[in-house]
Design a protein around this ligand. Structure first.
Ligand SMILES: [Zn+2]
Ligand SMILES: [Zn+2]
Length: 367
């Protein structure tokens, strides 16, 4: 008999339970923690037992009904866990492996994936599956599609809390500077210092920006921005941000990062650029977005506008974990509060109302 691992049936841990707790979206402003079946791994899939997850700003949009998902969907897209079941065809992993899975789960095979556009897997925004088109991570167990491309083993020396924020906000935030092709010594302005904006500030520092200006009015967030690399923070309620940035940089920044998703910040980011600068946009916009021609030099200013959805896949996660393992980054100041899964509905309210300087909440599993 062949001894190599040509798996024809799923490998799993002996299972005592068949149901789990999960946060289910029903309608706008209606989410409930419910008992639902534990998923089973099919071909190429894995099930992980989630050990830590968190809530994203995008989840708040879903909760408010501003981003539509189907009734009955388990939401959440930031998982750390332990391999619980491996479907046929998934090789090189064992039950019990600790893994980080990115918010974006590319197939690794399609035209977009093979050209490096993992987030657009199989079509626009197609790589974002968890808590969008398939059940998500705010649950005790999570079905991971395309497991071979998406299970990133966590080095033993790293704790769950050190890697959970890599799944989405760090990957997204850092990509702003990467996709802007930020050069050593470039000047950068980062508009808004929410969780993703803060990671964009840190990403600009990592990429070797010469001068980083953060734009934020919240005092607690401004303080964290300085810790993560901002040279100074401008309060848009107190100063004319665009003219201040132009004054400070002698005519505008090389790279402006938009991390809020509003017409106003998009426009300010564009106006803060020097000619031939790059607007790197991370925000999620709604309605209509317009570029005023004066800020755009009538289309003749050689401006570049790039947008990025969170890069995913196991190698992206591996690279980000390298940054943690070798102390290039420390995201722990961002994980400010703890909640048990049982209290996740309260955690949404707390996170959504930005109480107590909250930046990200850790959602811990029972047991
Ligand atoms: Zn997110
Ligand atoms: Zn793909």
């Amino acid at each position: 008999m062949a001894s190599h691992q040509t798996e024809t049936s799923a490998r799993t841990r002996p299972q005592q339970r068949s149901t789990m707790k999960a946060l289910v979206f029903h309608a706008a402003n209606e989410i409930r923690l419910e008992e639902v079946p534990i998923p089973r791994a099919g071909y190429g899939e894995a099930v992980i037992r989630v050990t830590l997850t968190t809530i994203c700003g995008t989840d708040l949009h879903i909760l408010k009904g501003e981003y539509p998902v189907r009734h009955g969907l388990i939401i959440g897209h930031e998982p750390v866990g332990v391999v619980h079941e491996l479907g046929p065809g998934v090789t090189g992993y064992s039950i019990g492996d600790r893994v980080l899975v990115g918010a974006i789960t590319p197939c690794g095979q399609c035209h977009f994936c093979l050209n490096g556009h993992w987030s657009q897997c199989q079509g626009a925004i197609g790589g974002w599956r968890f808590g969008n088109t398939i059940n998500g991570a705010q649950a005790e167990y999570l079905l991971v599609p395309y497991a071979q491309a998406n299970l990133a083993r966590i080095p033993d020396e790293l704790r769950d809390e050190q890697v959970i924020l890599l799944a989405d906000i760090a990957s997204t935030g850092f990509s702003a500077a990467e996709n802007a092709n930020l050069q050593l010594g470039d000047s950068v302005a980062v508009f808004a210092q929410g969780p993703i904006g803060l990671c964009a500030t840190l990403g600009a520092k990592l990429r070797g920006a010469g001068f980083i200006i953060a734009v934020e009015s919240d005092r607690a967030r401004s303080e964290v921005a300085r810790k993560l690399g901002a040279d100074l923070v401008l309060d848009p309620n107190k100063v004319d941000v665009v003219s201040e940035i132009k004054k400070l940089t002698g005519g505008g920044v090389d790279v402006a990062i938009e991390a809020l998703g509003l017409q106003q910040t998009f426009e300010n980011a564009l106006r803060a650029l020097k000619p031939a600068g790059t607007l790197s946009s991370l925000g999620v916009y709604s309605g209509k977005l317009s570029a005023p021609v004066d800020a755009f030099a009538a289309g003749l200013g050689d401006y570049k506008i790039v947008t990025t959805l969170c890069p995913g896949g196991k190698d992206r996660m591996r690279r980000l974990m390298e940054l943690v393992a070798h102390h290039r980054i420390d995201l722990s100041p961002l994980l400010t509060h703890n909640f048990a899964l049982d209290n996740i509905v309260e955690a949404y309210r707390f996170f959504g109302s930005r109480e107590d300087g909250v930046i990200k909440v850790a959602i811990r599993m029972p047991g």
